[in-house]
Ligand binder design. Structure first.
Ligand SMILES: [Zn+2]
Length: 86
């Protein structure tokens, strides 16, 4: 078994997810960009920069963002990630 140890002990449970946002904002037909969706990112996704739904994401500050509590009308949750974490 090979595990990568961080500078601090990692919680053995996967109850908390890192929040990511679409790396590429979808374009709106009315110009500008559509609201970016929030995604859940697991331990493996932290390295690859991929959400559970395999979308490329930019990680958000875990001190400021919590999955799935921070989803709202401006930042809707990715329903695939939501289904995989609930
Ligand atoms: Zn997702």
């Amino acid at each position: 078994m090979s595990t990568v140890e961080g500078p601090w002990p990692l919680a053995p449970t996967q109850d908390s997810w890192t929040v990511g946002v679409d790396a590429v904002a979808p374009r709106s037909p009315w110009g500008g960009t559509a609201p970016s969706r929030l995604h859940a990112v697991g331990d493996a996704g932290l390295v690859a920069g991929r959400a559970l739904c395999l979308a490329p994401v930019t990680l958000l500050d875990p001190a400021l963002w919590a999955w799935p509590d921070d989803g709202d009308e401006e930042s809707p949750l990715c329903w695939v990630c939501l289904a995989l974490t609930c």
